[in-house]
Write a protein that binds this ligand. Sequence first.
Ligand SMILES: Nc1nc2c(ncn2[C@@H]2O[C@H](COP(=O)(O)OP(=O)(O)OP(=O)(O)O)[C@@H](O)[C@H]2O)c(=O)[nH]1
Ligand SMILES: [Mg+2]
Length: 452
Amino acid sequence: MSLRQILREATGFLGSKLSTLLYHGRSVLCPSCCERIYPGACAIVSLPELQSQSLATLVPLREAPRGLRRFFSILFPTSLMSEQFTRKQAVRICPHCQYPLPYNIERTRQVTIAIIGDVSSGKSVYIAVLLRLLEQGAFLPRDLPARLPCLTPEARERYERDYGKPLFVDRMVPRGTPRAIDTTHQPIIYEIGMRLEPDLPPVLFNLVIYDTSGEDYVIQARQVQYAPYVLNADAIIFMLDPVAIPQMRASLPNDPHFRYGHNLALGHPLDSFSKIVQPLVQARARRPRPLAITLSKADLLKKLRPVGQQYGFLKRAPDYSGGLDLNDLASVDQEVRQLLYEYDLGRFLATVEYYQGQLFAPVCYTAVSALGYTPDEQGGIPAVSPWRCLDPFLWVLHELGLLPARARSASGPALHGSATVQTPAFPVTPAYPATPASPWQGARPRQRLNWP
Ligand SMILES: Nc1nc2c(ncn2[C@@H]2O[C@H](COP(=O)(O)OP(=O)(O)OP(=O)(O)O)[C@@H](O)[C@H]2O)c(=O)[nH]1
Ligand SMILES: [Mg+2]
């Protein structure tokens, strides 16, 4: 190697180290291709032009900066919040996939909640219901000043057409999500702003939600290619299908539900979970993230025991209007753990515990029924009556420091001692250290969030 080559290599190496240092915290993930990008280095285009023209002929309002301009643009990205840019409906586009990025991407925290699980575990139905609840503001404590516009109306409309309309209008369960054929995604993004205290700046973040087929999660090669956002997700909701639990399935009555939508061989939940987390293990995830293990189709759980001996959490419906009730969630957590233990899922619980601390922290067990009813043989439902659907969602937001909880609980610890709940025969890690703070328990806006 000549001296000149050595010098060139050394300069390149130092340059890349210096830029990593200087650009620290300036990069974000493109919500579509999941490549790391610098918002300040992206081209800015006009959205109407983006819709009417092909990308090849697109005339940018501002080309991607080069040289020294690129350096300063990355450090001090242009804000699109000006009259000039608003009139032109300006957006940044991803340099890798040309996805029009959220207008506030350079200044607002992106929060990805990955709702994952095996085939037919109930992800899409849950997401369709969750989006409705979100848009109704059902997750917000009563009277909390807030706004939650959807930043991706087209993706939202498509989702409504494919899942919302069949469910809410036709009263039929939607079809399974097809396997992905494209490595880019069209997530649904909401800009959520909440004013927790009148004299404090609002809490602001972009909530990013994807829906992908279970096949793209449980096959590792497909997950890294078609659902790479799982690797960087801020929190994970793992849908655990009761029908896939052999002992539970055997205890359920011979319901038409089992002939509908479950013609595929279901993987054992431990197997599905292990396959889904394998890429996270291999990628050596840098920080643990909240994990909500969510037993889906909880309406079926009512069929496991006689009416008088139901689990306590099945008899209660939480009231979210007063804010997140951590005590209620803590007792659901214990009861679901116990239920899983009873149905021979001790190894599943032990595996989750093995990863706790390295990949996931904290971990909470919840149960939801997105439909509230068991579909008939044709997939028909009398209505959609969601039950506890906000539990895992609110819990992960709370754990990410984005949503307050109510300071005192109406239900709660007393339920631990209710007649139907026995002390589990396995160690239960308390998921909620209850440390009441100000009126809003656990909200940590100043430390964690971006301010306008
Ligand atoms: N009883 C009951 N069944 C449900 C509920 N939610 C979903 N199901 C059933 O589960 C089936 C699968 O639900 P989906 O939401 O499509 O499952 P998915 O995880 O998105 O499946 P893939 O997209 O194929 O991975 C539905 O067709 C319903 O039959 C529920 O709340 N209760
Ligand atoms: Mg689906």
